[in-house]
Design a protein. Sequence first.
Length: 117
Amino acid sequence: MASDGDMSTYWEAEPGAKQAWLEYDLGQERTFSRAVLFEGKEEGQYCRILTYEIQARVDDAWQTVFSSAGGWREQATPVSISVPEALFAPTTARRVRLNISGASDSPIIHEFELYER
């Protein structure tokens, strides 16, 4: 669900969870340097994610390629479920993890998208 291209579906962590992670298998190694996250159940809902990391599985170890500096909440409260992009050095990996290290309530994710700039 959190990466199916359908904005009517979403993934939600267990009720009250302040930390969670989602792992994605891209099917083959791909290069990416930009991520976009669509958060919240509906347009205008307050974003819940406070701090997060984007990690890539490189050489059989998780490496952090992006770490938030205060979270998307400050940038997106309460505008839209569309959240600003995260930009980082080009990374090549097959597996990617969105590690939510802090949230105000159960994180809700509609889509997590990766791109090569």
